[in-house]
Design a protein around this ligand. Sequence first.
Ligand SMILES: [Zn+2]
Length: 290
Amino acid sequence: MVSVQEIAPGILAASEASGANYGLIRTDAGAVLVDAPWIPKQAQAWRAEVERFSPNGVAYRIHTDYHLDHILGGCFMPPGLTITHETAWKHLKALDREVLLQRALERGQELVPDLAAQLGDVSVVLPQITVGKGVALWCGERRIEVFHVGGHTPATLAVYVPDARVLFTGDLVVNGRHPYMADAVSREWLSSLEHIRTMDVACIIPGHGQPGGPEIIDRVYSYVFEFRARVEACFHAGHTRRETVERVRPLEAFPVAVGDEERVRRILRSSVERVYDEIKKEALRGRQRG
Ligand SMILES: [Zn+2]
């Protein structure tokens, strides 16, 4: 089920259960797309919607990170310059198409019975523009700020539309889901959330889940903070990485859909391992300094 909403004048946001959210900012210079549906048929339907809503074409196509649910649909979008973080460029450059398709099948085969056939036309799109810290796009009357937010991945970008006080956060913020932390640096994640909390924002479009007000930032902050604290407590109590995985029980913060338990368990396991390694590294560095 896809729900597309015009959350501010000229700004569409779509959220769907099976992948990342995506959206469109209409400007006099053409649309600016933020991510795209990863299932090809949905991407084609979104393309038709984009062409209807923004008849003067697409100026830019931004991918907020390099995970497949954010990048795979890029090849189905109308022509435009693709923008990613510079680290995402490296991932995409090294990405083998067959590996991408394999991952896509693992993720969506059960959901979409004819997925293998749909994936036939997929190609990996390399960005023409890469962003380090940030860049401003001047599109007619609209200024759009694209900036790096550390934490979820080293390549996550947020997209801010000041005139509408709308912020697309990529997966730095997810709403009603367990944040995916397998590529994360939890300490940076918290400081990025602190940063966006200071911005003048009326509406947040998270990477996954429904749009909301700034309060959804606070819920992710509490989650990451608590997650980190639990892993840290295990580390300092002398537990190994494997024991820590057993001890940090899936947080009750969000309901897990029936049938989705195994996937969420896997995500949580890799998240705990990642944060454990981060805390171990911090402890080692502290010892070397002290
Ligand atoms: Zn995602």
